[in-house]
Design a protein around this ligand. Structure first.
Ligand SMILES: Cc1ncc(COP(=O)(O)OP(=O)(O)O)c(N)n1
Ligand SMILES: Cc1nc(C(=O)O)sc1CCOP(=O)(O)O
Ligand SMILES: [Mg+2]
Length: 563
């Protein structure tokens, strides 16, 4: 989502060529680097204009843009896989400026930590003051804090110069098993940092240490640890279960004091995992700095790490057992034509809910109530398919649904109407073969929006890929009453399209609780989920039906993995 921002903003910063005089005014823009995807695509254009314009930098502050800013307070890793270096790269990858306060310098590589030199407390204080007194820091993220004195300095600095959010990664041991902060630091975390943190992100070992050595071996243990850590004061807790034994997925538990969210991502088979904790916390901080709320920030960060690990799984740097990964994959993926995939998580296609205005009318429900119930029941993506609505009503409904979806970290797509998607800043669109061509939609929406295309044949699937779509919808798998005169392709047609498709696929048409598992069990890895209309929205209780379908899909997925 923010990559174009990242490119354009970091080039702005690094090149010091500056903006063409008054370019914001000439474009009629005010770009506060919010979460806006529209802004991000506009900035792509601005970036191009900047490179072509050699006008000198103006010193007029009113003409400058505020860029989201994360300050990392952490240790330097000479191998650049973790620590300050990872934080800088993760923030750059997310389009956010990152300043640094170095607490320790480590001599480190892919084998382990060979030496640590702790920076004197008063010099940590001096760095903190330099940055916080001058630069507009939005979010502070902490990493290696090697002494209680440094924790004291940090909490004093934050009292003097408050920031919008504090992300605490309670680093204690490196990936190689070397101790980076001794037990004396635990009191500092418990008494000074956790009470003021917006989120704390321990792994299992760190959570256990913070809780006085409690064993954490199951997802249930992680939930109770999250609750106990929350009692120490942070607004949110993310217990990372990467080290959980016998887990097929990377399972993390997010707790906001009210609800537990089990966040799953694919476990990537790679040794290049050094620095994932630092990078995840930095990415959360970066998303918060851009204006995101907490759960969506965590989901984006988790997806970013998963994508980066997958991209880097075969790279070779160093001879030790724990290699670094490549944070800046997006720079390369521009070349590889797959940059858009970064903002889109194919696993969001799992339970794809498509609304229907007629069904909502029949059951006397508002579109927002319908969407909320679907999400509460486990829908992982929402498409508004409002064939009968007037444009103005559609737009109002879309804006209201956007708020609901985003507060739950669920993407919102608009059926057919690129104009409505742009106007409400939806996450993307779904278009059919007779709608606006995907390549035109891509030009209008920019690189970061999600585009889905309906395909019934391998040729259409190939074209969707060429046109720059992110996923395809394939159907009708079974006969449906929801869409008139729809050709049924059956399970065989679905399988043929999936095998031919380079893009992830969601199946659609006549799918419900009775046949969802037969669809998911056709055994093709790029079939990521089912899209349903009547099975959710033409039923008395949307929530119950969504829960039922989610459970069926989860069971099928687990079954597939064990085969
Ligand atoms: C996920 C998904 N797949 C297919 C469709 C159908 O789109 P289209 O062919 O454009 O038909 P309409 O929905 O516009 O009637 C879809 N909406 N979603
Ligand atoms: C919107 C749509 N598109 C289809 C396709 O085959 O592309 S089938 C369909 C309707 C799906 O509704 P239900 O889940 O109620 O059968
Ligand atoms: Mg359509």
């Amino acid at each position: 989502m923010a990559y174009t921002q990242g490119l354009s903003s970091s080039c702005l910063f690094l090149s010091h060529k500056g903006a063409p005089q008054g370019f914001q005014q000439s474009l009629g823009l005010n770009l506060p680097f919010t979460n806006s995807r529209i802004n991000s695509s506009l900035q792509t254009r601005i970036f191009v204009e900047l490179r072509e314009d050699s006008a000198p930098m103006t010193s007029d502050h009113s003409k400058k843009m505020k860029i989201p800013h994360v300050l990392t307070v952490a240790g330097s890793d000479s191998g650049a896989g973790a620590g300050i270096q990872a934080d800088l790269k993760a923030c750059a990858a997310r389009g956010v400026y990152c300043s640094t306060v170095i607490t320790a310098v480590t001599a480190q590589n892919t084998v382990g930590v060979q030496g640590v030199s702790v920076v004197p407390e008063d010099f940590v204080a001096e760095q903190l003051k330099s940055v916080l007194s001058d630069m507009q820091v939005d979010v502070v993220k902490t990493g290696m804090l090697p002494s209680i004195g440094i924790v004291n300095v940090l909490s004093q600095g934050l009292r003097e110069f408050p920031v919008r959010a504090l992300v605490v990664d309670p680093v204690m041991v490196s990936t190689s098993g070397d101790v980076l902060a001794g037990p004396s630091i635990l009191a500092g975390f418990r008494e000074q940092l956790l009470p003021i943190a917006d989120i704390v992100t321990p792994n299992l070992k760190e959570a256990s240490a913070l809780l006085g050595g409690q064993q954490l071996e199951t997802v249930a243990d992680m939930c109770s640890a999250a609750k106990l850590l929350h009692d120490m004061g942070p607004r949110n807790v993310l217990v990372k279960g990467g080290d959980l034994p016998d887990s097929l997925d990377a399972v993390d538990i997010f707790f906001d004091g009210k609800d537990f969210h089990e966040l799953r991502s694919m476990r990537i088979k790679t040794c290049n995992t050094h620095g994932t904790g630092c990078s995840l916390a930095s990415c959360i901080a970066a998303e918060l700095a851009k204006g995101s709320s907490m759960l969506p920030a965590v989901k984006v960060a988790k997806h970013y790490i998963e994508t980066a690990l997958d991209y880097s799984k075969d790279i070779a740097i160093g001879n030790g057992p724990q290699g670094p990964f490549d944070h800046l994959l997006r720079l390369k993926s521009y070349v590889h034509n797959s940059c858009r995939q970064v903002g889109f998580n194919p696993s969001d296609l799992f339970l794809y809910a498509v609304t229907d205005s007629r069904m909502n009318k029949k059951w006397g429900r508002s579109i927002t109530d319908a969407v909320k119930a679907a999400i509460d029941g486990g829908a992982t993506i929402i498409q508004l398919r409002e064939k009968d609505s007037e444009t103005q009503d559609f737009l109002e409904a879309a804006k209201a649904c956007f708020k609901i979806c985003h507060s739950h970290g669920v993407p919102l797509l608009i059926n057919d109407r690129i104009d409505v998607a742009l106007a409400c800043d939806a996450d993307g669109v779904h278009v059919g073969q007779s709608d606006m061509p995907a390549r035109v939609a891509r030009t209008l929406l920019g690189p970061d929006k999600i585009i889905g295309v309906s395909c019934k044949t391998p040729e259409q699937a190939h074209q969707a890929w060429i046109d720059g779509a992110d996923y395809i919808g394939c159907g009708g798998v079974y006969p449906t009453n929801t869409k008139e005169n729809n050709l049924t392709v059956g399970l065989d047609g679905l399988k043929t399209v999936c095998v031919a498709s380079k893009l992830p696929v969601v199946a659609i048409g006549g799918i419900g609780a009775s046949n969802a598992s037969s669809v998911m069990e056709i055994g093709v890895p790029n079939l990521k989920g089912v899209a349903v209309v009547s099975a959710l929205f033409d039923r008395e209780c949307i929530l119950t039906e969504a829960r039922k379908l989610h459970a069926i899909l989860t069971e099928s997925m687990l079954l597939q993995r064990t085969h």
